[in-house]
Each structure stands twice: as structure tokens, then as C-alpha cells.
Write a protein of this length. Structure first.
Length: 315
């Protein structure tokens, strides 16, 4: 991580009444502790910020404007437009942003705990609806028999065919890590997947300076200790960034309006808008272009089944 802490000074002009006018500075929210956040300025320095009221909920990955209020302290004055936002259901029908400006979800899975292809689909739908990409990582490759590997290859082929990169890693045997790093380079990724698949292990492997980074964050935030529950953006040595937090890792796909669900399946995209009915839910309605594509073998039967299961949950 290139961020470092040092006293900072800014030259201030004065406003018409002669008071110093603090400039608005660009920053990136790298940790969110609720009311407090750590903002990284353009030079990589860390500032402990609170947010002005009425500028909306700020989350990790947000680009903001902030003003200095003291040494390494500031106030967020504006939230800049987001490219993407990953949302979570609050349970009472509303959604809450979890992280912003993500390029891709990294969906980690393994055979221990058992590989759940429906869960993979739910994550790819969440990525698609957040306008983000997705990469599928099968960790614990060292545990796979030749037979397991063959079966997983068949499954992954479905995802590869629709443009999701898929790879195998083993943190234990240190295989596939370079290939994985290459997928992360230059992008902002967020790590998701079931508990036990090896997310912490993979994060530690990718971030050899993790302890130093969390130490710096504790100092910057004044929180005493950097709590692992806080959503945090880590800069990766390979370039790019990884957003991680236990709360985000196992997030559930929020409620989706049934007519929007098809948009979560990227292989449906060429056919959406071609169905006879505008509000077609692609479950055998006459003139359904998605069903026709399924019958022509252009859409995987298994993915269609996932779509229909998810649709039942939406209706
Ligand atoms: P998380 O819950 O997804 O963060 O998973 P952890 O990183 O805590 O890993 C869960 C368990 O899987 C731990 O006992 C790890 O040592 C083990 N583990 C992680 N990666 C690998 C791997 O590549 N191969 C094997 N065999 N075990 C692994
Ligand atoms: Zn249709």
C-alpha cells in the first residue's frame, strides 16, 4: 500500500469576509467505520473524515470531495457520481449501498464447502445488476481429484462461454496466484463467496503487508484498532484494489424486480427486447425470444433453471 501518514498543510485563500477558505480536495474512501471514514487523498495520504449531512450514504470505494478541518482530519463535502454500486437488502424492502465504483466481483468457491452453482449464479446476477464484471475463482485446487476437476471444468465452461474469466487457485500449494493477480491488476474488485472457501487466505497471500496496512489505518482512523468488520479498500501490489469485509463477503442478492431479473443474466441480453410482450418473464410465454434461444441451445439449461428459481423468489 502506498498510503502513508504525514502532517499536511494546504494554502488557503480567503472568502469575502476574510476567513480562510478551505479548498475542496479530491479523495477516495478506503475505510468506512460508520460515521467515520478514512479518505486517501491524491498523494496517498490518509485523512480521518466525517461526512457532512445530506450528501447521502458514503461507502468504501466512493470518490469524494473533502476539506481539511485539522491535522489529518477533514469533512467530506461532496459525493461524486458512482460508476457502479453494490447494494444489500436491509430486510425491510429497502437497499443499502455496500461499496462503490467496483469493476468486478471476485466470486470465490471451492469443493470444501461444496461447490454451489446456484450461488455462483446469484453472484453473477448481483454483479450484472450492479453493472460490474465477475471473475470466478475455484480455490483449494490441491484438493481436486481428476474427476472433480473434469466436472468443474464442464461447469466453468458455461461461465467462460458467456465471458466470465474462471481460474483455479491453491493458496496452500501457491498455484494460480499469478494468474489471479493478473485478473485483478488495474481494477477495483470485491471478494465474495461462502465462508470457508479460503477468502482470508487468498487476501493474505495477495497482501503480504496486510499487518502494516491495518496498522496505518488504525492510526489514521483514530479507532485504536482497525476492526476487521470494517469494509476496507486495499491497494494491491499488482496494481488495482481489493475491497474486502466480512459483511460484504457473504452478502445476499437483494430483492430484484421480476422484470429486471433477466438483465442479471448476461447471455439473455441479445434477446431481451425481442420478446413479443414487453413485460415477458421468459417462462414459456408466446413469442419469447429467450425461450427460443434456450431451445436453440444458445442458453444453458442449468442457468435458465437458476433464472426460474430466482424468478420464483422475486414474484
Ligand atoms: P474464508 O472463510 O473464506 O475466509 O476461508 P479461510 O481463508 O479462513 O480458509 C478456510 C480454511 O481453508 C482454512 O483452514 C484454510 O487453511 C483452508 N484453505 C485455504 N486455502 C486453501 C487451499 O488452497 N487449499 C487447502 N487445502 N486449504 C485451504
Ligand atoms: Zn421472453
Amino acid at each position: 500500500m502506498c498510503a502513508q501518514q504525514a502532517p499536511r498543510k494546504h494554502k488557503h485563500s480567503t472568502d469575502p469576509s476574510g476567513n480562510p477558505k478551505k479548498p475542496d480536495l479530491p479523495g477516495l474512501v478506503i475505510v468506512n467505520y460508520g460515521k467515520n471514514m478514512v479518505v486517501e487523498d491524491a498523494t496517498g495520504m490518509l485523512v480521518n473524515c466525517v461526512s457532512r449531512r445530506n450528501i447521502g450514504q458514503i461507502v468504501c470505494g466512493d470518490r469524494v470531495h473533502w476539506q481539511e478541518t485539522g491535522e489529518n482530519a477533514g469533512v467530506i463535502t461532496a459525493l461524486l457520481p458512482r460508476d457502479t454500486v453494490l447494494q444489500r437488502d436491509t430486510g425491510n424492502g429497502t437497499q443499502r449501498p455496500l461499496a462503490a465504483n467496483i469493476d468486478q466481483l471476485v466470486i470465490e468457491a471451492a469443493t470444501e464447502p461444496a461447490l454451489d452453482s446456484f450461488l455462483l449464479d446469484k453472484y453473477t446476477v448481483a454483479a450484472e445488476l450492479a453493472h460490474a464484471g465477475a471473475v470466478i475463482v475455484i480455490n483449494k485446487a490441491d484438493l481436486l481429484s481428476a474427476q472433480d476437476r473434469q466436472a468443474i471444468d464442464v461447469l466453468l465452461q458455461e461461465y467462460r462461454a458467456i465471458g466470465y474469466p474462471c481460474l483455479y487457485t491453491s493458496v496452500l500449494k501457491n498455484t494460480g496466484i499469478d494468474e489471479f493477480s493478473a485478473q485483478l491488476a488495474g481494477k477495483t474488485s470485491i471478494l465474495v463467496g461462502q465462508s470457508g472457501v479460503g477468502k482470508s487466505s487468498l487476501v493474505k497471500r495477495l497482501l503480504p503487508d496486510l499487518d502494516i496496512t491495518t496498522g496505518r489505518l488504525s492510526v489514521a482512523s483514530g479507532q485504536g484498532k482497525h476492526t476487521t468488520t470494517a469494509t476496507t479498500l486495499y491497494h494491491l501490489p499488482c496494481g488495482g484494489a481489493l475491497i474486502d469485509s466480512p459483511g460484504v463477503r457473504d452478502f445476499k442478492l437483494g430483492s430484484v424486480e421480476s422484470v429486471r431479473l433477466g438483465g442479471g443474466f448476461r447471455e439473455f441480453h441479445p434477446f431481451l427486447g425481442q420478446c413479443r410482450f414487453n413485460d415477458c418473464l421468459h417462462r414459456g410465454e408466446p413469442g419469447c425470444a429467450v425461450t427460443a434461444a434456450l431451445e436453440q441451445g444458445r442458453i444453458s439449461k442449468r442457468r435458465m433453471q437458476s433464472y426460474r428459481l430466482l424468478l420464483e423468489m422475486c414474484l
